[in-house]
Design a protein around this ligand. Structure first.
Ligand code: FES
Ligand SMILES: [Fe+2]
Length: 405
């Protein structure tokens, strides 16, 4: 069940309406800690089961210094491994996505692994003396499939994806995502900006009326942002709540077939589910879009997404999907510009902090979750160079002590 937290509670936890201090958007030591303690310990979306339908199909995912490969085994199971050869660390597949047949053959010296990660053959194996071949399989990673979506985790032992998304389960189940197929080409924006600057805009709908005139024309004042007790964000808008001024919106809504597998309650909704730190699942009546934002280095980040849809031969549906893509591409381009301007401003000496409204609960909630893990982000000024990790550790310990007492 969805239970939403009210604004008062969120801002009480945040200790006020001020956002994160400016330094947190421009600090390489913090990016390193965020990468290690958030991104390498939380689930990352890799793709959909339909991206690797057959035994030997694989998908790769990289984050910071880590490389993962997800491969479908002869038994049909998906497994994730570090994409690091046990001989001398080469990646074991060259491409981001592909088919490797019955085994993974390292391109460096040809060590060969079965699809379950175990060693199959070592060229000139007797030249290695008395090594334990059993122990030299690829090192496994956590891998979980939820409604057809494939997630991996490089470390950490937090809740499963199913648990994290428990509050969204009932709604997400309506969309039959596991039966969907890749629809459009994957997309990706690279930013020379801190990942949080990119994420902030995505966590609120307060900018929709001004920043996204077309989206506003589509959903109008029906657009709503809420945060659940479990820390998920849900934003939604009703595409038939108002008369549309813009032709493309009229065309989209007219093209959408009325006959749908979705219940009446969901046929006219655009819904965005956000999961900390940077994952978004967008449920449209005609397709779903999944994207995530993560750091790729100090002051660098990426926002990358993919679209999936049920097989549907109706020309009307194809038309609706195409118009949906056009509308969302325009929204994306608008966000890219807005994000750049805000992030530039945060580097200026004229930046004196932010102030958040009740329409920006997603931002505040995200920042609450960030401060809970990295309390150093609550400090008004950056810790002295070289000390951030240590200062954060001290604050974590203090928080633990005060939580117990
Ligand atoms: S590094 Fe893979 S076979 Fe040598
Ligand atoms: Fe936006």
């Amino acid at each position: 069940m969805m239970k939403f937290v009210n604004a008062e509670e969120i801002y009480r936890r945040a200790g006020g309406r001020g956002g994160l201090p400016a330094w947190t958007y421009n600090n390489a030591e913090l990016t390193a800690l965020e990468t290690e303690q958030l991104f390498l310990r939380h689930w990352q979306f890799v793709g959909h089961v339909a991206d690797l339908p057959n035994p030997g199909d694989y998908l790769c995912f990289e984050l910071a210094d880590e490389r993962a490969i997800v491969v479908r085994g002869q038994d049909g199971e998906l497994r994730a491994f570090h994409n690091v050869c046990r001989h001398r660390a080469s990646r074991v597949v060259a491409d981001d996505k592909g088919h490797c047949g019955k085994s993974l053959i390292c391109p460096f010296h040809g060590w060969t692994y079965n699809l379950d990660g175990s060693i199959r053959t070592i060229p000139r194996g007797d030249s290695f003396g008395d090594i334990d071949r059993e122990a030299l399989g690829l090192i496994g990673l956590d891998c979980e499939v939820w409604h057809g979506l494939v997630f991996i985790r490089f470390g950490g032992d937090g809740p499963s994806i199913r648990e994290v998304f428990a509050e969204a389960e009932e709604e997400v189940a309506l969309y039959r995502m596991a039966e969907m197929l890749p629809y459009a080409e994957p997309w990706r924006y690279d930013f020379d900006l801190d990942w949080k600057a990119v994420l902030d805009i995505d966590n609120e709908g307060y900018h929709v009326p001004i920043g996204h005139p077309e989206l506003f024309d589509l959903v109008g004042a029906s657009y709503t942002d809420r945060v659940t007790e479990g820390g998920l964000s849900r934003a939604w808008g009703d595409i038939r709540a108002r008369k549309h001024r813009l032709q493309r919106n009229r065309d989209y809504v007219d093209a959408l077939p009325r006959e749908s597998y979705l219940p009446e309650s969901h046929r006219d909704l655009w819904i965005y589910w956000g999961m900390f730190p940077g994952f978004v699942l967008t449920l449209f009546p005609d397709q779903v879009e999944i994207y995530q934002i993560y750091p790729t280095g100090p002051g660098k980040s990426v926002m990358a997404g993919m679209t999936y849809a049920l097989a549907d031969e109706r020309p009307q549906m194809a038309r609706a999907r195409e118009l949906n893509r056009d509308i969302n591409t325009a929204v994306g381009d608008e966000d890219v510009q807005l994000v750049k301007w805000a992030a530039e401003g945060m580097r200026s000496s004229g930046y004196a902090g932010s102030v958040l409204s009740d329409f920006e609960l997603g931002v505040a909630s995200f920042q609450n979750q960030l401060r809970a893990i990295l309390p150093v982000t609550a400090l008004p000024d950056a810790p002295e160079a070289g000390s951030l990790r240590e200062v954060n550790q001290r604050l974590q310990q203090q928080n633990r002590v005060s939580a117990v007492s």
